[in-house]
Design a protein. Structure first.
Lengths: 347, 347
DNA sequence: AATAGTTTTGCAAATGTTTTCATAAATCGC
DNA sequence: GCGATTTATGAAAACATTTGCAAAACTATT
């Protein structure tokens, strides 16, 4: 093994071993073309022998990039965020960046503390999830001159550039699809909207579109259910067991929709003959469930990758981030879990 | 807003604003009890006014901890890793640590490069996934004096302490369960085992347990299917459509099992009457699918949390990590997707 | 009011790099 | 071979902190 028995081997250790100065070793890493081949070789073996590993902390205090990007998400427990983070990470890793990841669990207060921590680490860029954040968060960001993008949601005028889908549009697509199938007796199920602007936007627009079409969702059919298959299954089973059931159920995301599907089946209903069920997200598995779920595809991979590319570009080329927002369009995916209300009645 | 128009405000900026020396400001953060309340107050307002944010990079070169832990996983795209990372992150965040996350996509070569990058960042600890790693990775780790744990898998004698489940045991549990139900015509489906010691261990032990009971799995019934619901659905549908089908199917994980379930249903079979299907993992949703999946629970949350606690303890108290390995036991969860082969035939 | 003891603060050195500037070495044209 | 360029290297300052040591400012005691 290397002969550096232990202890911190630094750039001067290497310099001594190679019988050159520390500056030369530094150049070996940063501007190798300035060295003549012979010295390069000497240093090369010295590095190898000593087992030297560069110290980015020491570089960073010279204003050199830290090579890290802070990624702040609600949670990894939802597959969709895991997917977007993975895509983001892959995109930035290509350019040599590593991500510093933290989750706030939908507690927007914690976001501020985490953001501060990221800044202490002198991250080169910041990604936040969603458009809504504490005013203190934005102010902190304003003071720093550090690139930041809001990932996952899109809206036209936002405080920082955003890359994501328009949740209003997603909600509208799915609501209009249900209406176009002739459904009038419609139930809704959304996750709690506190600290979750995505869910909030979806719910609001769905209810509005329905209202515009003259459909009112009765109190009892407007459900709030925590993000979990089992909770949703339970609630829908209950809903379908008691009295007349709706002919369609709009769920705020595919997880809820999956649970709803199981719940309806457990209550003895046939999907889509007795009840149409839709989600939003097109999560992994939504295409394969029986019956395959009609939903709105939110392109998580694309969002993560574009967010990563955009941010890295801003970091490296110091381009300002004005007008870097980009909308990744959601698309309706019709599968087997929905059916025309007439078709259903005809049976 | 703060009056520091812009530019890098550092500790001396704060010092000037508070009319004290830089050392005193440093002490304000690191040993506030040494300051008298009046000075503390002065500095407090100065920090606020200038919008100062500490520079961890500058601290780190004094041998002070960086407050980061490097987490190296195969991918976030599998819910189970996302869950374990989330639990780990939560556990270490409690103690003020932030994670540096990177994935190698099952390419063990990339692991070395990522590990080096982590070390350049002077992480305080390292987490690797699984037991199997390139020799170069271990050697690099050996040279450093940095705590490291292998997360997810457990084995008795490993090169670094490990915290996880015993995949052999998990495989044995599920195989013995199927045998105990009287099944003899058994098919298997596992993901590609290259670069994935977990899948490898499971497959090996399942086949061995079956062989010990005198059950041979025909070539055509020993499937290798990529980790995806749709691939698994397709393969199982094919399997069940052509000729006589097995009475039981053992899948390497719950994702494959979920797809298998859909595939069997799509082929017109009833689960568990016609075919019993089992997975390994007890992923989210496995309990709620119809029929609920019999599986082996791998306690991801527990593993992530224990790994985090153990590593942080080693970092803070400088305890050496010898004998820190811990086995989180997998448990068989019997649900509705399995049935005695006699019960099935009786129908 | 002087002394001893204690608490609080500042100075300067140290940390591991990069970078500017200056100098030494190599190369070139003749 | 000689000066003029060009190229390669080293010395020292700079970066944003922490910390050992010593000086200064208080308190308490007489």
């Amino acid at each position: 093994m290397t002969e550096s028995n232990k202890k911190n081997v630094d750039i001067t250790t290497v310099a001594k071993a190679a019988r050159v100065s520390a500056s030369t070793v530094s150049r070996y890493f940063n501007h190798p073309e300035l060295l003549k081949p012979a010295t390069r070789k000497k240093i090369d073996t010295a590095v190898r022998r000593t087992g030297y590993i560069r110290n980015r902390a020491a570089q960073t205090i010279h204003g050199i990039r830290s090579g890290t990007i802070g990624v702040l998400i609600p949670t990894l427990d939802h597959a969709i965020f895991a997917e977007v983070v993975q895509a983001f990470s892959d995109a930035v890793a290509e350019q040599g960046f590593t991500i510093l990841l933290a989750s706030h669990g939908y507690d927007l207060q914690r976001e501020y503390a985490i953001l501060r921590k990221f800044l202490e680490h002198r991250v080169d860029g910041i990604v936040l999830t969603g458009l809504d954040h504490d005013e203190a968060v934005f102010q902190l960001l304003d003071q720093q001159e550090i690139p930041c993008v809001l990932m996952w949601n899109y809206a036209a005028r936002t405080r920082y550039p955003c890359i994501g889908t328009d949740n209003e549009l997603a909600g509208r697509l799915i609501a209009e699809h249900i209406l176009s199938l002739g459904h009038r007796r419609i139930a809704c199920m959304f996750p709690p909207t506190k600290g979750n602007d995505r869910a909030h936007a979806r719910r609001a627009v769905v209810l509005r579109v329905l209202a515009e079409a003259g459909v009112v969702v009765p109190e009892a059919w407007s459900m709030t259910t925590v993000y979990s298959i089992s909770a949703s299954k339970r609630d829908v089973q209950l809903l379908c067991a008691n009295g007349p059931h709706p002919t369609a159920l709009i769920c705020g995301n595919d997880i809820l929709a999956t649970g709803a599907l199981y719940g309806a089946q457990a209550a003895g209903l046939n999907v889509p003959d007795d009840i149409s069920i839709v989600g939003i997200g097109d999560f992994k598995g939504s295409a394969d469930i029986e019956p395959a779920l009609t939903t709105v595809r939110l392109p998580a991979k694309q969002i993560g990758q574009e967010a990563g590319d955009t941010l890295v570009d801003a970091i490296i080329n110091r381009t300002d981030m004005q007008n870097k927002s980009h909308h990744c369009t959601p698309t309706l995916i019709e599968r087997q879990s929905t059916q025309s209300v007439h078709g259903a009645q005809r049976r």
